[in-house]
Ligand binder design. Structure first.
Ligand SMILES: [Zn+2]
Length: 123
């Protein structure tokens, strides 16, 4: 999981260098409001911890899709060589692809994004 904010100056995504796995944990480390310098434009702006967005690294999803596709191909070829066609490969491979995409959206990053810190010091 990676934590990002959109730069208020150039709109680039800035990677937050923290291993926090929840918003309260991140708030505990960085504070509810913190200043952060953009890697792209080097402008420092103030951000609220609620503006941080968690994203799953796409690697998990890509590996799942590639693995699922190879299961489809291998299973189909195997049964093809045996002289008949089956949907088994599509069911298995499709299940793996579905599982890897769904699990990555219902994981810690999803929980992180749902949670909002209640802050009393308004601007
Ligand atoms: Zn920037």
């Amino acid at each position: 999981m990676k934590l990002e904010i959109s730069c208020k100056a150039c709109q680039e995504k800035i990677r937050i260098k923290s291993n926090a796995i929840s918003r309260p944990e991140l708030a505990g480390i960085m504070g509810d409001r913190f200043s952060y310098r953009c890697d792209s434009c080097a402008i420092q702006k103030k951000y609220h911890v609620n503006e941080v967005v968690a994203a799953e690294s796409n690697l998990v999803k890509v590996v799942g899709i590639v693995f699922g596709l190879s299961v489809i191909v291998v299973t189909t070829l195997f049964f093809w060589n045996k002289g008949y066609i089956t949907n088994l490969g599509f069911i298995l491979g499709g299940g793996i692809i579905f599982g890897s995409t769904v699990s990555s959206s219902s994981s810690t990053s999803h929980a992180f994004n749902k949670y909002r810190i209640t802050s009393y010091d308004e601007d």
